[in-house]
Design a protein around this ligand. Structure first.
Ligand SMILES: [Zn+2]
Ligand SMILES: [Zn+2]
Length: 160
């Protein structure tokens, strides 16, 4: 008549939960995909129109089209678009492996690296050298690659 205590084992199984699956709505890479490369956003850069793209996608688009407009809706953007720090940090926390892989790909692609460097240089030219900007512009003094790294990461020391 006595049932074997199977439920004990089941309880143990239930307690091995995975953090992303157990709490809140499901979040997948596709929620944070770039409409240029259809992959996860790397250094998401948000334009005046509100659309976000990988920084390198925007740099490639800008370098090939020579236009300062959104690749998706063609609205012109002004000044120099910045990386959306909050979005970038959230994506890096949610999908660290995917981001790391993409960073490696990007750094090995000469076209991307050169476009990013050119884009960053263009951006530096856009910003007037006001004494009270708080953050000094990154000088290219560290050589080509430090400039590229800055362009890739948006912040000089976020990937060490
Ligand atoms: Zn992209
Ligand atoms: Zn747009």
């Amino acid at each position: 008549m006595e049932e074997p205590q199977k439920s004990y084992v089941n309880t143990m199984d239930l307690e091995r939960d995975e953090p992303l699956k157990s709490t809140g709505p499901q979040i997948s890479v596709s929620e944070f995909s770039c409409h240029c490369c259809y992959d996860i956003l790397v250094n998401p850069t948000t334009l005046n129109c509100g659309h976000s793209f990988c920084r390198h996608c925007l740099a490639l688009w800008w370098a090939s089209s020579k236009k300062t407009e959104c690749p998706e809706c063609r609205e012109k953007w002004e000044g120099f678009p910045k990386v959306s720090i909050l979005l970038r940090d959230a994506i890096e926390k949610l999908f660290p492996d995917a981001i790391r892989l993409r960073f490696e790909d990007i750094q090995q692609n000469n076209d991307i690296v050169q476009s990013l460097a050119a884009f960053q240089k263009y951006g530096n030219d856009q910003i007037p050298l006001a004494p009270n900007t708080g953050r000094a512009n990154q000088q290219m003094g560290g050589g080509f690659f430090s400039g590229v790294l800055t362009a890739l990461t948006g912040e000089p020391s976020s990937w060490s």
